[in-house]
Design a protein around this ligand. Sequence first.
Ligand code: ZN
Ligand code: ZN
Length: 527
Amino acid sequence: MDLHFLGGATTVTGSQFLLETGRARILIDCGMFQGSPNESVRNRVPFAFEPSQLDAVVLTHAHLDHCGLLPVLVREGFSGPIHCTAGTAELARLVLLDSGKLHEQFAKREARWEKRHPDRVEADDRAEADAYEAAVALAAEGNAVPSEATVMASDAASDPEVALRGQPPAVEIDLDTPLYTQDDAEAVIPLFRPIDYGSELEVASGVHATFLDAGHILGSAIIRLRIAADGERPERVIVVSGDLGRPNTPIIRDPTVLDAADYVLVESTYGGREHEPSDEAVRVLAETVRLVDEANGVLLIPSFAIGRTQEIVWQLDRLIEQGAIPQLPLYLDSPMASKASDIYRKYVDYFDEETGALLRSGDTPLDYPNQIITNDVEDSKAISRAPRPYMIVASNGMLTGGRVVAHLRDLIGDPSATLLFVGYQGEGTLGAHLQAGTKSARIEGQDHVVRCKIRSIGGFSAHADEPELLAWLGNFARGRRSGDVGFPRLVFLVHGDPEAQIALEPKVRELGFEVHVPRWHERVELR
Ligand SMILES: [Zn+2]
Ligand SMILES: [Zn+2]
């Protein structure tokens, strides 16, 4: 059986792994590449397989970097089941429809830009085409080059057919059309097949899947695949971590501890890094609210709509309950976040002990007292006229778009306002520049002097940091040695940038495992 690493290989985004057994073909995640143009152009590279020939998709969770290419997969001919938890199915619907809308808007904006700059169209199109060609070439290289996991992959490497099969077909691609539309996204929804955590299902002939809590966002799962014996190869268990959350974070249950597998695919986003303790994060949050209150100011929190917003609201609600902060009015200004919160409230059975107990005691931990939800654009604009002090939580989390940008434009020059970052700021984003202390910032084409206060909290991550990743992996080695049944034969580091993976790899080896960092489009034979 083969694993083909079609995304999330030396990148954080684009998770996509194809598992081929003699009897079945399963796709694990079908994520979108995000980030730099050179990375996002990979979304245009044709699938390395015929979508109609797939038996099933198993989906770890609803973030776009895991589900965002499903509309393309379905448009290209996939019509089988997409297995995921019910929470993931609902959140993915929300995320994919929004993404389809955004892709249509991007394409329209691009067309307008081309109309205004006819002299630059040719160069722009050529640059895009070059980036695309480079991505296709890189994929072909990954397909053709013998795998470095030599012990496991010697057969695949010596078989020239394998490389040939992996070549993407030569097709003409119009890079100016939307990657997909809302209609394409809509077509995915009927294919979702919700499954309960912990129950095993045969998702394709000889492939049994179990979804276990990953503790990352609502509905997120670690997927355990049990592959039936085939000829000389005995039954094998493959564990795919998906995005691994952190123990002891609020709302949803902690990541499941697993202690036996033959192969493990583990995410490595925070390889080489350690988060600040969550107590410290909550302390800074409380202190910031108090300072904004004293200054009679405004607190603006850019936040991702799914996961982070719910956690921040949960923390603020707890702090009020404890009397640690004054109860400032809170504006929740993100229609996407409100819809996500509605989905969170529905899945009470996914909650951890603490949040479950709060609910049973009559508390509403996913709601801030008297929060003001603004769905309408006019209501959003009216927030700036509200009596101070008050707080706004708005999307998106990196200030790259969404309603938060308009609030920032109004507040950036205001010394009594505070901008509080509660999440990772991607390289090159406005958020990253402000975090780095830039004195002036360009917002919607206008330069603004930065006079507001800027604070950052690093401790609210939804991803395990390095010690947490190693602790989770360490469970597979407990009480066993290399060669024992249940001791992983190989650990693959996926979903990480090269620097993070280089930092993490030796430490995973120290646990006693063979480790492999697959390249994009590399195929590895699993025995
Ligand atoms: Zn995620
Ligand atoms: Zn991810």
